[in-house]
Design a protein around this ligand. Structure first.
Ligand SMILES: [Mg+2]
Ligand SMILES: [Zn+2]
Length: 186
């Protein structure tokens, strides 16, 4: 049986507007074209998970309950658009905590692989930070950097990290994926 193909989505600056440590439901704003982009990927057989670093929790700027409320708002919005997010991998730790759940550590994607029988080589990571692209490289996925969110500054932090595409926004990333299918090794 063919293994699952996933698109691992960063949240802040990728799916939702990020004014910096976004966590208040009243600041929730879905970025333009997100639902349509995810639908086109869904229709091509991709499934979705969110992978998000939330060091604002470790910094004491907001709580895990705040995160969950905001996340619920997003998931409800996407569900209303017939988009299912099958898992959310969230790291609440500080960058120097040396945990294994913070991007670009690949542990969350390896867990997802085992849980959903994912073909990581046929899967993708999309985000607006260099760590999202590094996560893709560390897990053996395709990696796309968006210029929404912090992407304009982050593109200069890629260093020698391989990146499949640097594109304007999530709709452009979906277009890239649908026209550059990675080989399915089942
Ligand atoms: Mg982001
Ligand atoms: Zn962590």
């Amino acid at each position: 049986m063919d293994r699952a193909r996933f698109v691992f989505l960063d949240r802040d600056g990728t799916l939702v507007h990020d004014g910096g440590y976004v966590h208040k439901v009243e600041d929730y704003r879905l970025l333009p074209g997100v639902v349509e982009a995810l639908r086109s990927l869904r229709d091509a057989g991709f499934r979705f998970a969110i992978v998000t670093n939330q060091s604002g929790i470790g910094r004491g700027l907001y709580t895990e309950a705040d995160f969950e409320r905001f996340q619920r708002r997003l998931l409800d919005d996407l569900e209303a658009g017939s988009i299912a997010i099958e898992a959310t991998y969230m790291c609440p730790h500080l960058p120097d905590a040396r945990c294994t759940c913070r991007k670009p550590e690949p542990q969350s994607l390896l867990d997802a692989r085992d849980r959903f029988a994912i073909d990581l080589a046929a899967s993708w990571v999309i985000g607006d930070h260099a760590v999202d692209v590094r996560l893709a490289a560390n897990a053996g996925c395709g990696g796309i950097l968006l210029l929404t969110g912090h992407g304009a500054e982050e593109r200069h932090k890629l260093g020698d990290t391989p990146v499949d595409a640097i594109v304007a926004d999530l709709p452009a990333a979906a277009h890239h994926i649908l026209t550059h299918e990675r080989s399915v090794r089942s």
